[in-house]
Design a protein around this ligand. Structure first.
Ligand SMILES: [Zn+2]
Length: 164
């Protein structure tokens, strides 16, 4: 069972406006280069509502096997949205693509996610987009391994994910 750490069962909602551009972008570059960006959204108690995703900027370098996210472009977008939204829209996670059908995190991914989550000091969502499947996990500052989330429901608001 998930949530062995007794924390509340939380949901991650990814709005269609956040997921659709990612899927289109990853598909367009599939087999050529890895893509990635950050998630912007709202923290609602234990839940994360992802409203927007950034796409690779000209500062990023994508290769077949790695995506190097340049902090400058994405962080600037995050700061801009945060101040425009009355400081509620927050950097709540990251996404990147993998050249595999059903992706899973690499040891480098796990290490990066831990570092990001620790330095943010709050839970963060991490999504990997594969050719046919997605891998979504939630990392918490006091927990080394991500909790895997799976799709539970689709609605007009977006796709809701719950712990596996
Ligand atoms: Zn990866």
């Amino acid at each position: 069972m998930a949530d062995s750490d007794n924390s509340p069962r939380s949901a991650i909602l990814i709005a269609h406006t956040a997921i659709e551009p990612i899927l289109a972008d990853a598909a367009r570059y599939a087999g050529r280069s890895e893509r990635g960006g950050i998630f912007l959204g709202l923290r609602r108690g234990p839940h994360l509502e992802i409203k927007e995703a950034t796409l690779p900027t000209r500062w990023d370098r994508g290769t077949m096997f790695a995506f190097h996210r340049a902090a400058a472009g994405h962080r600037a977008v995050a700061l801009q949205r945060w101040s425009k939204s009355g400081r509620v829209m927050d950097w709540v996670g990251e996404w990147h693509s993998h050249p595999e059908r059903f992706p899973s995190p690499s040891s480098i991914d796990l290490r990066n996610w831990q570092q990001i989550t620790k330095s943010r000091g709050d839970q963060m969502a991490f999504l990997i987009v594969g050719y046919e499947g997605l891998w979504l996990g939630l990392c918490r500052p006091n927990r080394l391994k991500p909790i895997r989330y799976v799709e539970a429901e689709r609605s007009d608001a977006g796709i809701a994910f719950l712990p596996q």
